[in-house]
Design a protein around this ligand. Structure first.
Ligand code: GDP
Ligand code: MG
Length: 727
């Protein structure tokens, strides 16, 4: 039995609930967010239902189909070139007027069947907005289904309707489209006739739509037509120019502006017909919340407070589960140690793998809390307000608030943050944002701060970490400004920040966020970090037969024997004192031996070789090696420190203790944190930069710029701190 295949595309404004409905339909978990621009790539899912093979495509959110941004181009090209059997336009019912602009454009495109999902019916209802679906359906000649995406209401009916429409063999209707005023309508019609007489082959466009686009001077469409000829021009383009000139003279304005106005007029008319609003619900809760949260004076302090609270929470709340995991790892390490006979393999297992992976896995709770907070910002709608608040500051760099969204995401991970810059219209804005985003300290760097700040600034750790993050933001602004006035000159494009309504976040969606990200973290544990731990252990345990500066083993036996006789000759309390003395002498020697061994290992040689670079910023050879490994993944820095400093297994906080007893000072720790904050992003982020900017050049610029800022700042702090006597 062969099944029928249909492709169903979901189009709609950002934040209209496309991804939510996509997830309901396909059962997959794509990222859902409550602010514009989450979905920058189209996503596909396949389902078998009602005897059909259905391909569902989640297109990027757009307000229109004019090729102003990558999303709009992606969406439009998909619909034109791939010809889905049905396009479902997901409409935010509580915002019908804005949604209808895309809806009318979809209808005008006239290349495939369209149905409307009037989503967020609950919100519309709560605001006293009533939509006459039957009338809307009549006016635009499109089937309409009500849905509530986050409660999965009406989604099945929507799917059935889509299949029904795909099955019906009616051509897409040719009526009920925007009516333009007489002069424009005439020009469209005449150009359309001209086009039809020209017999242009291989164009996926409807002739009326083509005429409209040419009168609007649509660059992409013009390019497509020029591909038809060898010459630099095409009769259709020349003809279109004639109409454009005529209309421009007539209206004293660009035809595309007049046409946009007329479309809005058309939409306003539809709204009048189908929407009734009851007065008592008019007062919008979101607007009231915004009076406070985006207030000129209060907004910014509140924003800073939220961010501060986020880190405070991450640090204090995270400490409890962290302790549990820590004891678990310690228990595992002691058990394995007791179970296996001494061997190189045991050493690898205990001091390489368990110590390396264990020193990172304990940060899982911190990272989960951080991600939960970011998810909360996204899902409640606060993220967009943060961008709005940052707009003024972003203008200092010559960017607008929209760029702040990828930057905020950078607190989680630079890779998706760099990808999220695709929502920015201008190429230069995008590159600039990509270059400064790594200064938004990613979550992989957090463990390093937790260890260093926790060890050296225990009571003030939360505040220190917060200051580190703040420093990152400030430097993003400063260096952004410098780039803007040198490599990336240009003015910022005008735009309006979308402020989606506040929503109570869905627990499910928050949990999905957390799970997705913890999955990434755990995958890294089993991959890069496991391998990294093994490599680092190997480099620090070999060569095996080194020549020590003294014969530790016989010295230890000598001390033991010497104390043995003295203890035998002493009485009760005296002998206990002597035993203690013996033990501490032995452990001192073991430590010294261990230290010498690591120092003479391959790792030690590498570290010594690069120390000249790092010693001016207060970092010894062990820190230097650790920082070097951070290029692979920032998490590895901590496990390297663990292997290099805390060679011996102690009950808890081994690394902390080892750091305290090493000669690292609080000042050096601060310099190291600052270096970690700024220095080059990890391989994955570099690869993302290269991919998104399409050139190795910007990846190299990013490496050079971040690392030189890092070194310079750490130098200033370390040397400056020494001068003013901070230690
Ligand atoms: P997209 O940008 O179009 O992909 O929108 P999303 O699917 O990411 O949804 C944006 C937000 O709207 C999410 O927080 C959803 O939980 C929420 N949402 C989706 N559908 C509905 C709905 O019908 N009613 C309400 N109240 N919220 C919804
Ligand atoms: Mg989406």
């Amino acid at each position: 039995m062969d099944q029928k295949n249909f492709t169903i595309a979901l189009a709609g404004n950002p934040n209209s609930g496309k991804t939510t409905i996509f997830n309901n339909l396909t059962g997959t978990r794509q990222k859902v967010g409550n602010w514009p621009g989450v979905t920058v790539e189209k996503k596909e899912g396949h389902i078998h239902k009602y005897g059909y093979d259905l391909k569902i495509v989640d297109l990027p959110g757009t307000y229109s189909l004019t090729p102003f941004s990558i999303e709009e181009i992606v969406s439009r090209n998909f619909i034109l070139e791939e010809r889905p059997d049905v396009v479902i336009d997901i409409i935010d019912s509580s915002n019908l007027e804005r949604s209808l602009y895309l809806a009318t454009q979809l209808r005008e495109l006239d290349c495939c069947k369209v149905i409307f999902a009037l989503n967020m019916r609950d919100l519309a209802h709560a605001r006293g907005i009533k939509i006459n679906a039957r009338k809307l359906s009549e006016l635009l000649d499109v089937p309409v289904v009500f849905t509530v995406g986050n409660k999965n209401e009406g989604v099945d009916a929507l799917l059935k309707k889509a299949i029904e429409v795909a099955e019906s063999d009616s051509e897409s209707p040719k009526k009920r489209k925007v009516k333009y005023s007489k002069d424009i309508a005439d020009s469209i019609l005449r150009l359309q006739n001209f086009i039809e007489n020209q017999q242009i082959e291989n164009l996926p466009y409807d002739s009326r739509w083509l005429a409209i686009k040419l009168i609007e001077d649509d660059e992409l469409v013009k390019k497509r037509i020029l591909q038809q000829t060898e010459s630099k021009t095409h009769p259709v383009l020349d003809e279109a120019q004639v109409y454009r000139r005529r209309l421009t003279a007539l209206f004293d304005d660009d035809p595309e502006i007049i046409m946009t106005d007329e479309r809005y007029g058309f939409i306003a008319g539809i709204i009048k017909e189908v929407v009734t609003t009851s007065t008592k619900q008019r007062v919008d809760i979101s607007r009231n919340i915004d009076l406070v949260l985006t207030n000129r004076f209060l907004g910014f302090p509140i924003f800073i407070f939220f961010i501060w609270a986020m880190f405070q929470l991450t640090f204090t709340l995270g400490a409890y589960p962290m302790d549990w995991i820590d004891s678990g790892v310690a228990w595992l390490s002691t058990s394995v140690d007791a179970m296996l006979p001494s061997s190189l393999f045991k050493d690898l297992l205990v001091n390489g793998i368990i110590a390396g992976v264990g020193s990172i896995i304990i940060f899982l709770p911190n990272i989960l809390i951080l991600f939960l907070c970011i998810a909360l910002f996204e899902d409640t709608g606060y993220m967009a307000r943060a961008a709005f608040l940052m707009d003024k500051i972003m203008h200092l760099i010559g960017l607008h608030g929209k760029s702040f969204i990828p930057m905020l995401m950078g607190f989680g991970c630079s890779v998706p943050a760099i990808m999220a810059t695709r929502t920015l219209e201008s190429e230069k804005d995008r590159i600039l944002t990509i270059l400064i985003t790594p200064f938004m300290s990613c979550s992989a760097r957090l463990p390093i701060y937790i260890v260093l700040a926790g060890t050296f600034f225990s009571a003030k750790a939360g505040t220190v970490i917060f200051s580190i993050y703040l420093t990152g933001i400030i430097f993003a602004v400063i260096t952004g400004r410098i780039f803007r006035s040198t490599l990336l000159t240009g003015a910022d494009a005008p735009f309006v920040m979308e402020l989606p309504p506040y929503r109570v976040p869905m627990v499910k969606s928050l949990l999905i966020h957390m799970w997705d990200r913890s999955k990434m973290f755990l995958k890294k544990m089993g991959g890069v970090i496991l391998i990294g731990s093994i490599v680092i252990w190997t480099l620090s345990s070999f060569p095996q037969n080194i020549r020590y500066s003294m014969d530790y083993d016989s010295e230890i036996s000598r001390i033991k024997a010497e104390f043995e006789t003295r203890i035998a000759a002493s009485n009760g309390s005296e002998s206990r004192v002597l035993e203690e003395k013996r033990d501490s002498a032995v452990s001192e020697l073991l430590k010294a031996q261990k230290a010498e061994k690591t120092e003479k290992s391959f790792m030690g040689h590498i570290g010594k070789a690069i120390t000249p670079v790092f010693s001016p910023i207060g970092i010894d050879w062990r820190g230097s090696v650790a920082l070097l490994t951070g290029f692979v993944a920032k998490e590895i820095v901590v496990s390297t420190l663990g292997v290099l400093y805390a060679g011996e297994k102690e009950d808890e906080d081994a690394l902390s203790k080892a750091l305290l007893s090493s000669n690292m000072t609080p000042l050096a720790a601060l310099a190291m944190m600052v270096f970690v904050l700024f220095y080059m992003p990890c391989i994955a982020a570099i690869a993302a930069i290269k991919r998104e900017t399409n050139s190795i050049k910007w990846a190299l610029v990013s490496i050079a710029h971040t690392t030189s800022v890092a070194w310079f700042m750490a130098f200033v702090i370390y040397q400056g701190g020494k001068i003013i006597g901070f230690n």
